[in-house]
Design a protein around this ligand. Structure first.
Ligand code: FE2
Ligand code: FE2
Length: 243
C-alpha cells in the first residue's frame, strides 16, 4: 500500500494564516510516514519573497518527499519567479519507484490573475509525461491548483481553468488515476469514468467556507483502489467518497 498526503492552500502571509495549525498538521503527517506529500498551491498569500522564505522553512519540516506546485496567490507580485528561485520548477514530476507511481505537477497560475490556464506548451509537457508513465504501466497522479470540474458548496463559480475542457478530455482519454487540486478550500471528490478528482481544503488558513475546518487529505492506494480520508483540524477524521 502507498500512502500519499495531499495538503493545499497554506497561505503564509495571510492575516489569518495559523502557524500553530500548520505545525500540528505537519507533526501529524510525519507520524503517518507517507510515501509522498503533495502540496497543491497557494503556499503564500501575496507571492512575496519573505513569504516564500518562510513557507520553505515549513515545507522542510516534512520528512517525506514532497512535490509543490504554485497557485494563483503564488503568482502575484512576480511570485512565479520567486517560486522558481526558492521552491523549484513550477512544473515537475515525482516518481515513487517502489509503488510505480508518477506524480505530475502542473502550474495553472497566470501572473497577477485569479483564473488559471495550462496552455499549449505545458500541455505538451503533460502529454510527454503521461506517455512515458503509460509506457511503464505506472499509476498516474496529476496535481494542478485550479479545479478542473466545478466544486459544490463554494458559491459563485469563478477563477476557473480557462482550458479545462481540453485538459479534462486529455485526462479522461488517458485514464489518469487521480487528479489533486486546491484553490476553493473545500474538500471534495468527483469520479468521472475511471478518474478521481480530489480537492483539498486549506491546511492552515481561516479562509473557510461555511462551518468547515482547516484540513488535509490522506490517500491510501492499494493497486487501483484509492481510499481518501479527510483529517480536520478539530480532530475529526472521515472518509471522502464521490457522490
Ligand atoms: Fe487558496
Ligand atoms: Fe487559489
Amino acid at each position: 500500500m502507498t500512502k500519499i498526503v495531499h495538503m493545499s492552500d497554506i497561505h503564509v502571509g495571510f492575516a489569518e494564516f495559523r502557524e500553530d495549525i500548520l505545525l500540528k498538521a505537519i507533526n501529524q503527517i510525519n507520524k503517518l510516514h507517507p510515501d509522498a506529500v503533495v502540496i497543491s498551491g497557494d503556499i503564500t498569500d501575496h507571492g512575496y519573497y519573505r513569504e516564500f522564505v518562510k513557507v520553505k522553512e515549513y515545507i522542510d519540516l516534512i520528512d517525506s518527499p514532497t512535490i509543490v506546485i504554485p497557485g494563483n496567490h503564488d503568482a502575484r507580485n512576480i511570485g512565479d519567479e520567486v517560486f522558481e528561485e526558492i521552491i523549484g520548477s513550477r512544473d515537475s514530476t515525482l516518481e515513487l519507484k517502489e509503488s510505480n507511481i508518477k506524480i505530475i505537477g502542473l502550474d495553472s497560475s497566470v501572473p497577477d490573475l485569479g483564473h488559471g490556464k495550462i496552455g499549449r506548451l505545458q500541455r505538451k509537457f503533460l502529454e510527454t509525461e503521461i506517455r512515458d508513465a503509460k509506457e511503464r504501466d505506472m499509476f498516474i497522479i496529476i496535481t494542478v491548483h485550479h479545479h478542473i470540474i466545478p466544486v459544490p458548496n463554494t458559491g459563485r463559480e469563478r477563477n476557473v481553468l480557462s482550458d479545462a475542457g481540453d485538459i479534462l478530455l486529455l485526462l479522461l482519454e488517458n485514464n489518469i488515476n487521480l487528479v489533486l487540486s486546491g484553490h476553493k478550500h473545500v474538500p471534495h471528490v468527483w469520479k468521472m469514468n475511471n478518474t478521481l478528482f480530489v480537492t483539498a481544503g486549506t491546511v492552515s488558513s481561516m479562509k473557510l467556507r461555511g462551518n468547515t475546518h482547516p484540513s488535509f487529505n490522506v490517500l491510501d492506494i492499494n493497486d487501483d483502489n484509492v481510499k481518501i480520508t479527510l483529517y480536520n483540524y478539530d480532530g475529526t477524521i472521515h472518509e471522502l467518497t464521490p457522490p
